[in-house]
Design a binder for this molecule. Structure first.
Ligand SMILES: [Zn+2]
Length: 342
């Protein structure tokens, strides 16, 4: 649209302008020019008249806008004109022509009036489809994890999605893949739901899915049995019950004879933790641990300081240090006292 420089506004002394040189609107700005007056000179003889709008070849209209023409006034007494309020979306690179019943006047303000508007093309709003109801075990024992899955969410803009679970115990998963594991620490009934969000636009998320009810029962009791080998090396520890899933810390029992030493665990010891003391063990089943000791022999008058431990593998104590086990080598201080093994 063009508007005369002088005066610089749309409404001026004459009421009619040919050009608008005001700054073009910013990308998201809307602007309306109105009224655009259309009439015929009193000398015009045709029954119809044409009103055309054409985009500039020199300054082509931006393609991220829409261009709208609305009819806002039809002259009095004119019949056969489009109804007031009709809106035309103007094509970008074609001439738009409207044929109207002729209205002759010396005062253009009495003629047809239009409003021409430009506006940003509205960007589609993103929405995320609600994910499916979580699936997975509907009954669990406390402290026993189960895998739960959801899915089926999409972005209407084709963006990637990620999922979150609410576990019904006040905790939620992180955002991520549609399958997760969870365990509940207390017996009860829990309502598990999921939702999804756009991975690109984290603020755009779905509503919560329908729910899965999970019933959590008290954990089964399992028994930890600790044996001592050889049996004379240390006091045995009575078997103890634990809730299934509990993580238990056990230390090797104290040897009864200072010449005996804990070597390693055998039985249900986690691989790689045979020499740990204390040892952490997850009670996911009945478990038996055997504390294996080195059965040292007490030899009076040895080592020149009155006594010492002599081991069946032929090593003797020296300056209060002995081998504790063969592999890996580990030194352990020993209290030397003048005594004999009974
Ligand atoms: Zn998105």
């Amino acid at each position: 649209m063009y508007h005369e420089y002088d005066p610089p506004e749309w409404t001026g002394e004459t009421g009619f302008y040919q050009a608008d040189y005001r700054a073009p609107p910013a990308a998201n700005e809307s602007k309306t020019w109105a009224p655009l007056c259309v009439w015929a000179e009193p000398t015009y003889s045709g029954d119809t008249m044409q009103f055309s709008m054409q985009s500039s070849a020199t300054y082509p209209p931006p393609t991220d806008r829409e261009y709208l023409l609305e009819l806002v006034q039809v002259p009095e007494g004119v019949t056969g004109a489009p109804p007031v309020g009709t809106v035309w979306t103007l094509p970008l690179n074609q001439t738009f022509t409207l044929t109207l019943p002729t209205y002759r006047t010396a005062n253009g303000l009495e003629g047809y009036q239009f409003a021409f508007a430009i506006a940003a093309v509205p960007t589609p709003t993103e929405s995320i489809a609600t994910p499916s109801s979580p699936s997975g075990p509907s009954s669990r024992q406390a402290n026993n994890g189960g895998d739960y899955s959801t899915g089926g969410s999409t972005s209407n803009l084709g963006h990637g999605v990620e999922y979150e679970f609410a576990w019904g115990d006040g905790t939620q998963s992180s955002w991520g893949p549609p399958s997760r594991s969870h365990s509940w620490s207390s017996p009860g009934t829990y309502v598990v739901k999921a939702r999804a969000r756009c991975a690109t636009h984290p603020g755009v998320m779905s509503v919560w899915s329908s729910s899965l009810t999970v019933t959590v029962t008290a954990p089964e009791r399992v028994t930890l049995t600790i044996l001592v080998e050889p049996a004379v090396a240390a006091e045995t520890i009575p078997p103890a019950e634990h809730p299934r899933g509990e993580v238990v810390t056990v230390a090797a029992p104290e040897p009864q004879d200072p010449c005996d030493y804990f070597i390693r665990w055998t039985g249900d010891v986690p691989v790689g933790h045979e020499y740990d003391s204390p040892l952490s063990i997850t009670m996911d089943a009945d478990k038996t641990l055997t504390a294996n000791f080195y059965d040292g022999q007490w030899v009076p008058g040895f080592c020149g300081i009155g006594g010492g431990c002599q081991f069946s593998m032929g090593l003797v104590c020296l300056a209060g240090l002995v081998f504790m086990k063969s592999v890996p080598l580990k030194l352990k201080p020993v209290t030397h006292r003048r005594r004999t093994k009974s």
